[in-house]
Design a protein around this ligand. Structure first.
Ligand SMILES: [Zn+2]
Length: 861
């Protein structure tokens, strides 16, 4: 092995007599290799080279053994020269055939052999002729113009062409490297083949009926016709700005501009086109070697669907091998390779489509010779066309279906995500216009979770996928009842602080109305209002009203949701407050100054309440009898009240509570003419006012099943000291606990009453019909309902549910009404996987067209 390697090195060097002569480190030399052209083609040895680094400055074309072949524009080549590697300039692949066979004025219907290259004008005419000849089947769409104004054309082929149907979209594009010309003609011929054979060939008919097919034979017309519109001689890899279009796309790892160039118009038009569609599968064709290159190109980790990629690429190449000579497409792993394993590229369209558009795109290298002689086009077609069809067919397999809103039936753009499988954006989305999705998958069993904004996600478990088949799973997502809710970036801030608010409502609200007490602005109609400023101290309510498309609305008020801490700096004044932070004159970060004399009084707002000041930090100049700097504290509204103490040094006053009638504390501070320390920080609060309690309570569940229990939580304010609960229908029926738990054995609707008491009074609150207890249906009633749930008791994993009428939804929950599993369906029979649920009693709520029934279910495992 070593010997062979050495031998090839010697051959390489002896065959390249000028190689070392061209070694240079002077960047000023770069221009001389271009001779008026925008790109150079060259080779160099892998030894001492870092292909994955060089790939960021030059376009590596291929690596054969120890030799790297590459293109560069002037700036890229200048950067390459700085690496000091020996290289050899090679003839341009696009100029190797002096007189390629070109045809102008081609009538597509009269072609015998596709053994020619159409001129640019002939190409445009042929594309439009397809649409004219097959009006119901083919239309031609221009997605924009190239740098030099040539058209970027797509032939769109489908039954009902032009309509957005519930079918996968498929895309082929060719020759984005302008000098790799085989794909240009092969894809033109593929358009013709599909149109001519529709309704006569079953496979073609099937593809056209079940796919929305887009074919773009020439993605870089300026490159292909760099030598003029009448010849492909002089074709360049790059576009008219000398940019490699297959390095110009946003990259999952390297950001929006991995090549350092602005997006070319060809790139922008294609990105807009990809964004407007929802392609399931695609390929871009190339030349220079013969291999199928599958994701990823940019990073070493394998794609989530690596097994599937190997499966479809093998199918392509193995089919090719049945019809091709034995030396065609037989290198790498017998004709296929993982992109990164070959060499890393950044900004390639394959990774762009896979990562940013959830489209499975592969790179097809169709011929060792880039500018293939026209006479070889028919054989390359013959070796590849069956595989090109097979590859399209793969876009119809896996799992597909339509995602709609449960209530409105409207299509939803939903994410279909496979837990434990999907990584790096390998999930797919359903299309907004139709709700249709197609998830290509290797054979296996998958749990697929469907989610859309404002809807409860649904997991369809155990979806079984086989090769060459399509499993259809239609899904309905429930937006649920309109429930207003929100969160915030912070709930405790300092004065002048800013808060962002986030809507967390359910039930698909379409408008939002916010009110921010104490905030600026004080209202907003945005979904997620940001930067609300709270300038004043206090505790503020926030309310949100959401409205749905039917005009229903819900409001939530969160009382005292935002608390803004007041800051009080030592000064001559009286403050009425029960919350805040008290500092020396320097505030939180600074100390006090020399020669200060201030007196400050704090009083509580409510009668009977007392101020509490709790020092967290204290540091004023020390003197043994506190003669220099000092803080005096008085138990009253001024300095004639009782002196509690005189403090200096780090002898903190600790926590001081007023005992006088007014509940006030007065602070007097003095500093002398030298030495200042950091001062103090103290938290102000008040003792509870002498108020009667106000009763309040909540429960962890208000809608439960017979035999279930409810945990009640006391929400009474003003410090109650005793509780008396009344639970008609519950066990126990009365309680004196603060937070009792109560069981309900009988179906019905029950009131709850709480009476609370403290020294200052009492209060009673009753909520009528607060607790609803559902019954379950018995065996005989179940038999008559047209619904069957079996086996019950359940000893295995799968619970079968069948119904005479369509089942819309099933919910599994426990005694306290907590939903454990929710599945949205549209079927008369389903199997529920109960594997995760241990021994115990559960309740199954089945929503059918005939109504809702609750069945008690025992799991015996
Ligand atoms: Zn290429």
């Amino acid at each position: 092995m070593k010997l062979v390697k050495l031998l090839s090195l010697i051959i390489f060097f002896s065959a390249s007599a000028t190689l070392s002569a061209q070694k240079t480190t002077g960047s000023h030399d770069a221009g001389k290799y271009f001779q008026g052209s925008g790109e150079v083609y060259f080779k160099f040895l892998t030894e001492g080279a870092e292909p994955n680094q060089l790939s960021k400055i030059i376009s590596i074309d291929k690596i054969e053994g120890d030799v790297i072949y590459a293109y560069a524009n002037l700036s890229g080549f200048t950067a390459f020269l700085k690496h000091g590697l020996a290289f050899e300039i090679l003839p341009k692949p696009g100029e190797l055939i002096k007189n390629p066979r070109m045809l102008n004025n081609v009538n597509v219907r009269e072609i015998d052999e596709w053994d020619f290259y159409p001129t640019y004008d002939a190409y445009v005419d042929m594309m439009y002729q397809f649409a004219e000849d097959y009006p119901g089947l083919c239309e031609v769409v221009s997605i924009g113009n190239s740098v030099e104004g040539r058209e970027l054309l797509m032939a769109r082929i489908s039954d009902n062409v032009g309509e957005v149907e519930e079918e996968p979209q498929f895309l082929y594009t060719g020759t984005m490297h302008g000098d790799e010309t085989a794909g240009y003609v092969l894809l033109l011929r593929l358009i013709d083949y599909l149109l001519v054979n529709y309704n006569s060939d079953a496979e073609v008919t099937d593809l056209v009926n079940n796919l929305d097919i887009w074919i773009n034979p020439l993605a870089n017309p300026d490159g292909t016709f760099a030598g003029g519109n009448n010849t492909v001689n002089g074709a360049t890899r790059f576009n008219a700005n000398n940019v490699d279009l297959n390095r110009n796309y946003p990259d999952p790892e390297d950001g929006p501009h991995p090549d350092g160039n602005p997006w070319q118009v060809e790139t922008v038009h294609f990105m807009d086109f990809a964004e407007a569609n929802n392609f399931t599968m695609s390929a871009n064709t190339h030349g220079g070697t013969e291999v199928l290159n599958y994701p990823w190109d940019t990073w070493p980790q394998l794609a989530a669907d690596d097994d599937w990629w190997i499966f479809v690429c093998r199918e392509y190449v193995d089919t090719v091998h049945l019809y091709s000579p034995s030396n065609y497409m037989n290198e790498y792993n017998n004709g296929i390779t993982n992109g990164y394993a070959w060499y890393s590229i950044d900004g390639g369209r394959q990774d762009y489509m896979n990562y940013f558009h959830q489209c499975r795109e592969v790179t097809m290298e169709l011929s060792d010779v880039k500018l293939l002689s026209a006479g070889q086009l028919p054989s390359h077609w013959d070796w590849n066309y069956r595989s090109l069809l097979n590859y399209m067919k793969q876009a119809t397999y896996g799992v597909n279906g339509v995602v709609t809103d449960l209530e409105t039936g409207q299509p939803l753009r939903a994410m279909a995500y496979i837990e434990g499988h999907d990584i790096e954006n390998s999930y797919v989305y359903s299309r907004e216009e139709t709700g249709f999705y197609q998830r290509l998958l290797d054979a296996g069993t998958y749990d697929i979770t469907f989610s859309a904004p404002g809807h409860y996600p649904v997991t369809i478990e155990n979806v079984s996928v086989s090769d060459y088949t399509t499993t259809t799973v239609d899904v309905q997502l429930d937006a649920g009842d309109l429930i207003a809710d929100f969160t915030a970036s912070a709930t405790a801030i300092s004065m002048g602080g800013m808060v962002d608010f986030y809507d967390g409502s359910f039930g698909s609200p379409v408008s939002w109305s916010w009110e921010f007490e104490g905030g600026e602005p004080s209202t907003s109609n945005e979904e997620n209002p940001e930067g609300i400023v709270f300038a004043e101290a206090g505790s503020f309510d926030v309310s949100l009203t959401v409205t749905d498309s039917q005009g229903g609305s819900e409001t939530i008020v969160k009382e005292g949701f935002i608390s803004v801490n007041a800051e009080f700096l030592m000064s001559n004044q009286t403050i009425t407050t029960c919350a805040g932070i008290f500092y020396d004159t320097g505030g939180e970060d600074g100390g006090y100054s020399d020669n200060e004399d201030f007196t400050m009084t704090f009083t509580p707002g409510a009668a009977g309440s007392k101020i509490i000041v709790s020092f967290e930090m204290f540091d004023v100049e020390y003197q043994s009898s506190c003669d220099y700097d000092w803080l005096k504290v008085y138990d009253g509204e001024n300095t004639s009240a009782t002196l509690i103490g005189t403090f200096c040094g780090t002898g903190s006053p600790g926590t001081i509570e007023a005992t006088n009638e007014a509940g006030a504390l007065t602070f007097q501070f003095h500093s002398d003419g030298s030495v200042t320390n950091s001062g103090w920080k103290a938290v102000i609060s008040c003792t509870s006012p002498p108020l009667a309690p106000v009763a309040g309570f909540t429960a962890d569940a208000t809608h439960i099943i017979m035999g279930g229990s409810v945990q009640f939580t006391d929400l009474t304010t003003n410090s109650p000291t005793s509780w008396a609960w009344d639970f008609p229908g519950g066990t126990p029926s009365v309680s004196s606990l603060q937070n009792p738990s109560v069981q309900y054995e009988e179906a019905g609707i029950y009131d709850v009453t709480l009476t609370v008491q403290n020294t200052y009074g009492s209060d009673t609150k009753t909520i009528e019909g607060y607790i609803t207890v559902d019954s379950t249906i018995g065996i005989s009633e179940l038999l008559n309902s047209g619904l069957s749930v079996f086996p019950n008791p359940l000893t295995g994993d799968v619970l079968n549910i069948t119904s005479e009428t369509e089942i819309q939804k099933v919910e599994l929950f426990n005694y306290s009404g907590k939903v454990l599993l929710q599945k949205t369906l549209k079927t008369t029979s389903t199997g529920l996987n109960m594997q995760g649920f241990g021994k115990g009693v559960y309740f199954l709520k089945v929503f059918t067209d005939n109504g809702v029934r609750v069945v008690k279910l025992s799991v015996m495992r």
